[in-house]
Write a protein that binds this ligand. Sequence first.
Ligand code: AMP
Ligand code: ZN
Length: 113
Amino acid sequence: MCVFCKIVKGELPAKVVYEDDKVMAFHDINPQAPIHILVIPKKHIPTLNDISEKDKELIGHIFTVIKEIAKEAGIDQSGYRVLVNCNRDGGQEVFHLHFHLLGGKPLGPMVCS
Ligand code: AMP
Ligand code: ZN
């Protein structure tokens, strides 16, 4: 079972900030910004490539959750970045689809290093 599925099942601890029947959000263990939250579908979808037509509602729901979490964290007006890494060149490390929500400071330009 993947690390995020273990978090969903409560088998690994996480600082959970949001949960409903389809989605979970928790603090990244290695934050890259003052606010760094991961928003995931509870269902195991390995990569963005694996999103299907039947997941459209779920993906839309994730974005409504993201903007609510951003508001709750007080960064909706200052601004934030949402990103998804996919596969090797995208730098994906955990193969369970997740959306990084980053903010709490000026994040600067997008950097590809
Ligand atoms: P990615 O490179 O897009 O696959 O990002 C994976 C992210 O998951 C990284 O930012 C890690 O710090 C984070 N991460 C890995 N394991 C955990 C964990 N157990 N709890 C919270 N975040 C994690
Ligand atoms: Zn998983």
